[in-house]
Write a protein that binds this ligand. Structure first.
Ligand code: URA
Length: 433
């Protein structure tokens, strides 16, 4: 009865009280409220929004629908990074070991790829043996021992959000700032953090492409963090082109390993260092962002960051030799250069079309239950603004067979647009909130 009354009230522009949110979400987590009622409520929220207090109450209700990591006994600061997602965004793979090797605990809980964006869990699982399904007890033990755990949202964490997020995905109600903020922050607050850094993407490949919506999302999540005594800093970064060159699970792991060895592409390093600097300052490990940058550069040049990645991989059942020898990652059977079809300027490297191309190659899911071919994807060397000649290599396609190569060629024709001139790309890092 409660659910029906709340749907009606929200449909008509009314407010839901904190006690009502708590009852509703705990009933939803235990299957007492059916999906069809929650779908109707999500749609009412999509159209009528939630005020600031309701967003806080919904976040709390989802957070308390499950367990939390209890890390108060750790002497180290606990800081995580969350990205709103994109194509080629492998920052987490570089950042987690880099920040952890500098004395910050990083309890990083990530998601799987869905739609055109990739997911950190899928990338990590291309490392032979790597397990992301750690229990909370095991993740806590690993954090105490080596300062980092790279895990998925367990069944214990924010179960109401877990169920609601899947439902929103199926009912076209994901793109609501109140719902996104509450969803992300309920999981992040369950990690027991002392600080959080957000990478909010903008541009055609972002979840919310418009800058004003990205800023609104960032400000809402910062306020939710403040309610829980968790300082949050957000950077707005570009997703009008892929980040780095590699797009596809195993290919991105390889590029991340190169980054940890000091050979990462400049755009990936710039975003990683900017987010890492915020994490180290929030943790109190660095005095300011310049100090943080120096520490990160030394961690990479000395091999400490790469060694920490090996330690994390070994702790989670993976083969740590991958850091010295990335050729043990799954390899695609076919590998072919994609050549410029004509002379001109690279006007666009469109991330959504690339993400869809990876899905067509089998490297990302269309449904949660789909499997993933970790080996496939693209390495794209062409950047917007480059002047190219017909026949010049722009990218490499990695596919499981010849038909896959043809699929990859078609996807790159749609993604890499050659014209007479290029629009200036978005600034890589445009705002700090
Ligand atoms: N990621 C989440 O975890 N939740 C959302 O609502 C959107 C992105």
């Amino acid at each position: 009865m409660l659910a029906r009354a709340l749907i009606e009230r929200k449909r008509d522009g009314g407010r839901i009280t904190p006690a009502e949110w708590r009852t509703l979400m705990s009933q939803y987590a235990t299957d007492e409220v059916p999906d069809y009622q929650m779908a109707a409520l999500a749609m009412a929220i999509y159209f009528n929004g939630l005020d600031r207090d309701e967003i806080g109450a919904l976040t709390d209700a989802m957070l308390h629908s499950g367990a939390m990591l209890d890390l108060d006994h750790l002497t180290m600061a606990r800081v995580d990074k969350h990205s709103t997602g994109g194509v080629g965004d492998k920052v987490s793979l570089v950042l987690a070991p880099l920040v952890a090797c500098l004395g910050v605990a990083v309890p990083m809980m990530s998601g799987r790829g869905l739609g055109h964006t990739g997911g950190t869990l899928d990338k990590l699982e291309s490392i032979p043996g790597f397990r992301t399904d750690l229990s909370l007890a095991r993740a806590t033990e690993q954090l105490e021992r080596i300062g980092c755990a790279l895990i998925g949202q367990t069944r214990e964490i924010a179960p109401a959000d877990r169920r609601l997020y899947a439902l929103r995905d199926a009912t076209a109600t994901v793109e609501s700032i109140p719902l996104i903020s509450a969803s992300i922050m309920s999981k992040k607050l369950a990690e027991g953090l002392t600080g959080l850094v957000l990478d909010v993407k903008r541009g055609s490949g972002a979840f919310l492409p418009e800058l004003d919506r990205g800023l609104a999302l960032a400000r809402t999540m910062i306020a939710l963090g403040a309610d829980h005594g968790c300082p949050v800093v957000a950077l707005i970064t570009a997703m009008d082109r892929p980040l780095g060159r590699a797009c596809g699970n195993a290919l991105e792991v390889e590029e991340s390993i190169m980054a940890l060895r000091g050979e990462g592409p400049p755009d990936l390093m710039k975003v990683t260092y900017a987010l890492g600097a915020e994490m180290l300052v929030l943790a109190g490990v660095a005095t300011d962002r310049d100090d943080a940058l120096r520490r990160m550069e030394v961690a990479i040049s000395s091999g400490r960051a790469a060694a920490k990645f090996q330690e994390i991989i070994a702790a989670q059942g993976g083969d740590p030799k991958v850091v010295d020898d990335p050729s043990i990652l799954p390899q695609a059977a076919e590998c072919e250069l994609y050549l410029a079809p004509r002379d001109g300027v690279i006007a666009q490297v469109e991330p959504r079309a690339i993400g869809r191309g990876i899905t067509e190659l089998g490297g990302q899911r269309t449904k949660v239950e789909d499997g993933v071919d970790h080996s496939v994807g693209f390495v794209i060397t062409a950047r917007p603004g480059d002047i190219v000649r017909a026949g010049e290599p722009l990218a490499t396609i990695f596919a499981k067979d010849r038909a896959g190569v043809d699929t990859g060629v078609a996807a790159l024709r749609r993604s890499i647009i050659i014209g007479e001139e290029a629009e200036p790309p978005l600034p890589l890092i445009s705002h700090r909130v």
